[in-house]
Design a protein around this ligand. Structure first.
Ligand code: ATP
Ligand code: MG
Length: 215
C-alpha cells in the first residue's frame, strides 16, 4: 500500500473498507461509507477500487487509473476517507480475502469493517474463503433499494449461525443509484447530474467515458 495512505490510517482503531469497481463512483457509495463511518464510529474508510474483479468479466471495465482518479476526486473533501491502489496494482483477479489479510497484517490492532451493499452481501457465501473473511473482518451490510437485506441475512445465518455476531445491517438513506444506470444514462445522452459529484460528471465528459455499448 502507498506509504502516505498507510501512515494516515495507522493511528486509528476502527477501519472501514469500501471495495468496489467504482465505474463510476456515485453518491450511493459515498452515503453508505459516510453512514457507516458515523454509525460505527470508524476512524477511516478506505476505498479500494478493484483491479480485475472476478465477478465482472462480462463487460469492459474502465481503465483502473481513471476509476481511481474518480474515487480520489470524490473523497478529497473528507479527511476520514482514503483511497488505495493496492488491488489495482495486484496482478490477476482480486479477492477480498487477500486484501483483508494484507490489511490485518498491516494494522493488527485495528478492527476491520468490510462495508458492502446488500446486493453484494447476498453473494458472500460464493466468495473465496467466506468463513475466513468473516473471521478477519466485521461485515456491514448497507441497505440498498431493491434488495431485501433481512431475508438475505436470514439465509446466510441459517447456513452459518456463527456469523450472526460478525455481520450487521446498516440502514442508509435510500439512494437507488447504480453505476450500471449511470453508464446507461451517459450512453443514452440522459443527465447524470446530482447522481454523483459534479467533478466526476465533468471528468466522464472530458474523457468520453461510457459512450459505447460495451458497457
Ligand atoms: P454496478 O452497477 O457496475 O455493479 P454499483 O453501483 O453496484 O455498480 P459497485 O462498484 O459494484 O457499484 O459497488 C461497490 C459497493 O457499493 C458494493 O458493495 C455495492 O453493494 C455498494 N453500493 C453501490 N451502490 C449502492 C447504493 N446505492 N446504496 C448502498 N450501497 C451501494
Ligand atoms: Mg455492483
Amino acid at each position: 500500500m502507498e506509504a502516505n495512505v498507510r501512515e494516515s490510517i495507522a493511528g486509528g482503531l476502527k477501519l472501514g473498507i469500501m471495495g468496489g469497481t467504482f465505474d463510476p463512483i456515485h453518491y450511493g457509495h459515498l452515503v453508505a461509507a459516510e453512514t457507516a463511518r458515523v454509525e460505527l464510529g470508524l476512524d477511516h474508510v478506505l476505498f479500494i477500487p478493484t483491479g480485475i474483479p472476478p465477478h465482472k468479466t462480462d463487460r469492459l471495465i474502465t481503465e483502473a487509473n481513471l476509476r481511481f482518479e474518480m474515487v480520489e476526486m470524490s473523497i478529497r473533501s473528507n479527511q476520514n476517507f482514503k483511497v488505495s491502489r493496492m488491488e489495482i496494482e495486484r496482478n490477476g483477479p482480486t479477492y477480498t480475502i487477500d486484501t483483508l489479510r494484507i490489511l490485518k497484517d498491516m494494522f493488527p490492532n485495528q478492527e476491520l469493517y468490510f462495508i458492502t451493499g446488500t446486493d453484494a452481501l447476498k453473494e458472500l457465501l460464493t466468495w473465496r474463503e467466506p468463513e475466513e473473511i468473516i473471521r478477519l473482518s466485521r461485515i456491514v451490510g448497507a441497505s440498498r433499494p431493491g434488495y431485501d437485506s433481512h431475508s438475505e441475512l436470514g439465509k446466510i445465518f441459517q447456513k452459518f449461525p456463527f456469523m450472526k455476531d460478525r455481520i450487521s445491517r446498516l440502514e442508509v438513506p435510500a439512494l437507488a443509484i447504480s453505476s450500471t444506470d449511470i453508464r446507461a444514462r451517459v450512453q443514452n445522452q440522459k443527465s447524470i447530474r446530482y447522481l454523483l459529484p459534479d467533478e466526476v460528471r465533468l471528468f466522464i465528459k472530458k474523457n468520453n467515458l461510457y459512450q459505447t455499448n460495451k458497457n
